[in-house]
Unconditional design. Structure first.
Lengths: 463, 320
């Protein structure tokens, strides 16, 4: 196989079945999961170490309660909730890349869908887990189901997180079935358990048209269904704040404001992941090309501009009025002790990326990767700024309370558990990449004109 | 050649990671400056003031230590005292099992600057011959705070409650008596309050500043419309708050009461009602949406098994 696919425009379509099978062989060789090299192993060990440290701290939290955290009577939501909102935000990318672009018939999305979906699934799993961590007593999650009131946004959030998790899982799994079958039939020399895993998970996939029909129909149904659920998940998360009468949260645009921010950070997360995969897998640059980075860059600018618009609305209007308690809160953000973080987030995490990404040379893989890292880190701190400063400005004055109630300093266990959750999400993605194709072989093949019949022949040949 | 490329890639990677680490460090530093807002200077020992108080509630005796310090001319609770506060009766010495004097126990100061010590049950029998108690509290050798102490002298006193609920007027009378010479005698002119215990506080039914009469009594009529407890009782509380001679004394009495608390059902189906009284429309809409979505998901899971079935049937054909 000597054909190269440098950019999306250079795609060469097979002229006959023989060439198509040859292409398919090349796809298999390039895209089937491989054993990790040294860096992959070190990365996995590092993630495991962070998780183990977090687990030890969580055991400590279970033993001594939430008193091991920096939270108290006044700041009762800390970095756990910031992290929850961050995870929910990133998870929205699944619906953006897989569903919105699918329904808009954007064909360059094929190599990116699975990256987006696994990020979405990993993040939503850990969003659910971090909420349980924040509860202090994990057994009390049952009370949500036994005593939960359907009138409460917290109950809506639990329902919508579980629903989104289920949809994300199915949206990852259905298109993965042919990929698992590829792994089952074409990865030589794998251990028995791995063979068994592929065999079980492939649901006897035989490349039959009826099977494809079901998969494609399922993808269509899920793509339509995930959009309202994805919008709901982040809207409901925003309502956890907006339905509470507090300075900074008492806003009618919190729903779209959160959704816009989520799409922005989600797109940045996909770009960062794309770069890592292209960098560490030698032939992935044949599938995730510079054009993909360019298009994703344009998408990121568009999403960032929308988010910027909402930010202007969210801060400028109350900033113009400066009424009552809002004034103290906003002063703290604009020129007070939160000002360095606030302006860093706005400038480094949003305005600068918008300006830079307007130039084509910054939409090349490495610069856009760095910009995406800025956006992601900025997005995490943005969630911190949404949660904590508001809680530090309650309507009832903080009188005769211990000094430590007036500030919020996350403790070591809190940071450890938060980092462990981030590491956990990354580990899910890492393990997935190790055992499953992160770029959908059959979708890439289909995009490049390899028919299902040829794939079927190829399968039989593999036997 | 391959090795050379790998080394080159590693070098490039190393420089990338340096850039990423730098970026994250910028955020973390900014974050740290902001998150770790103000810190205290702990170089010298800080002077503190201690206040010891006493409360007898239905025979359970309790000592409470409150530690405060001055900050910006305001009193703020001491939140991180490491040394416990030792509590003594009459003398600062080791515990004397013969009469209960000396060290009673030690109490740690919590994050609100408070330490609460429930005097053990055997204290009453040990000190049965005593009718005046001098309690002493001492905190010594704390790494952050200067030594502090306080003492309080309490005379033996008790309150009894009589309730009359037969007529249309329901009233309660509380009598305060204190030990004098060889018996409990009524105590006049001591501020006392009669109230009804509620969930988070108590509802008074005597006037503010009311004091006991010459017979040591205070009376009040209970409001008839007030809802009682769910077990058809009401709890009457008679209390003396922070008296110089007797400390705080509180006695409660449960009496029969026929007015039950209002249940949530009475509010009807509203957004602020309980689980069972959610608005019907909300239940129908939310259940329909949840049912439709999860129904579709279950349908798709069945389709997975259909894929398996197709594979099983036709797989056999293709393998033959």
């Amino acid at each position: 196989m000597n054909k190269k696919f440098k950019t999306m425009n250079d795609i060469i379509k097979p002229v006959n079945d023989e060439e198509a099978i040859q292409m398919l062989h090349q796809f298999n060789e390039d895209l089937l999961p491989k054993k990790f090299g040294r860096i992959g192993v070190i990365w996995t060990i590092f993630l495991c170490a962070v998780i183990i440290n977090g687990l030890f701290c969580y055991i400590k939290q279970l033993r001594y309660g939430l008193s091991v955290t920096g939270m108290g009577d006044i700041v009762s939501w800390g970095i756990y909730i910031s992290n929850f909102v961050f995870f929910v935000a990133v998870s929205l990318v699944g619906s953006l890349i897989t569903a919105v672009l699918y329904l808009l018939n954007v064909n360059w999305r094929s190599p990116l869908t699975r990256i987006a979906e696994i990020i979405a699934l990993a993040c939503i799993i850990f969003a659910g887990l971090i909420i349980i961590v924040d509860m202090g007593r994990p057994d009390r999650i049952l009370n949500m189901f036994i005593h939960g009131r359907i009138q409460s946004p917290i109950v809506w959030d639990v329902i919508v997180v579980m629903t989104y998790m289920a949809i994300s899982f199915l949206l990852l799994y259905f298109p993965l079935l042919p990929g698992i079958a590829f792994c089952r039939d074409h990865i030589p020399g794998i251990p028995k358990w791995q063979k068994w895993m592929y065999k079980t998970l492939s649901f006897r996939w035989k490349w039959k048209p009826e099977q494809f029909q079901i998969v494609k129909r399922a993808i269509s149904i899920l793509s339509v269904m995930i959009i309202p659920v994805a919008l709901s998940i982040h809207t409901v998360t925003s309502w956890l704040f907006a339905t509470t009468y507090r300075p900074g949260w008492d806003s009618t645009i919190f729903g779209p404001y959160f959704v816009a921010g989520a799409f922005m950070v989600g797109a940045a997360a996909v770009i960062a992941a794309m770069y890592v995969f292209v960098r560490f897998y030698p032939r992935y640059d044949q599938y995730i090309t510079d054009k993909h980075f360019d298009r994703m860059g344009i998408l990121l600018v568009l999403l960032s501009l929308i988010y910027l618009y909402f930010n202007v609305n969210e801060y400028l209007v109350p900033g113009y009025k400066m009424k009552g308690d809002d004034a103290d809160y906003l002063t703290e953000l604009f020129i007070g002790k939160f000002a360095p973080m606030f302006w860093s987030v706005q400038i480094l995490g949003m305005i600068l990326p918008i300006i830079l990404l307007m130039f084509k040379k910054f939409r090349r893989p490495f610069p856009i990767f760095i910009i995406s890292v800025f956006v992601i880190v900025g997005a995490w701190f943005k969630r911190f700024l949404i949660v904590i400063p508001t809680l530090l400005h309650p309507f009832l004055p903080m009188q005769e309370v211990p000094e430590k109630y007036k500030i919020y300093v996350p403790t070591y266990p809190e940071w450890s558990i938060t980092f462990a959750s981030l590491a956990g999400a990354l580990l899910v993605i890492t393990v997935f990449v190790r055992y499953f194709p992160i770029i959908s072989i059959w979708e890439v093949a289909e995009e490049r004109g390899v028919s299902h019949d040829v794939i079927y022949k190829h399968l039989n040949e593999g036997k | 050649m391959k090795n050379h490329l790998s080394i080159q890639r590693l070098k490039v990677l190393r420089s990338y990671w340096a850039v990423i680490t730098l970026l994250i460090s910028v955020f973390v530093l900014i974050g740290n400056n902001t998150i770790g807002q103000d810190k205290q200077d702990n170089s010298a020992k800080i002077p503190v003031s201690m206040k010891l108080s006493y409360k007898a509630s239905d025979g359970v005796k309790r000592l409470k230590v409150m530690l405060t310090r001055k900050e910006n001319k305001m009193k703020v609770p001491v939140e991180n005292a490491k040394s416990p506060v030792a509590l003594y009766l009459n003398d600062v010495k080791v515990a004397d099992p013969a009469n209960g004097t000396g060290l009673i126990g030690k109490v740690n100061i919590n994050e609100d600057g408070e330490g609460v010590f429930d005097i053990p049950g055997n204290f009453n029998s040990l000190t049965s011959k005593l009718h005046e108690f001098k309690f002493i509290a001492k905190m010594e050798s704390d790494p952050l705070y200067e030594d502090a102490s306080d003492d309080i002298t309490i005379s033996d006193a008790k309150i009894s409650i009589d309730y009359s609920g037969k007529d249309s007027i329901k009233s309660a009378t509380a009598t305060l008596t204190a030990w004098k010479d060889s018996a409990y005698v009524p105590v006049p002119d001591v501020e006392m309050k009669l109230s009804i215990k509620r969930a988070f506080s108590s509802f008074p039914f005597t006037d503010d500043g009311s004091a006991t009469d010459k017979d040591g009594k205070i009376s009040g009529n209970l409001p008839l419309s007030i809802p009682g407890n769910s077990d058809r009782t009401i709890t009457i509380v008679a209390s003396v708050t922070d008296n110089d001679s007797y400390g705080a004394i509180e006695t409660t009495k449960n009496v029969a009461w026929n007015i039950l608390p209002k249940t949530n059902e009475e509010f009807g189906r509203t957004l602020w009602s309980n689980q069972k009284n959610a608005p019907i429309l909300l239940i129908i809409i939310s259940c329909s949406i949840i049912g439709a979505i999860w129904g579709t998901l279950i349908y798709l899971v069945f389709k997975l098994f259909k894929i398996k079935k197709i594979g099983t049937q036709q797989g056999k054909v293709s393998e033959t």
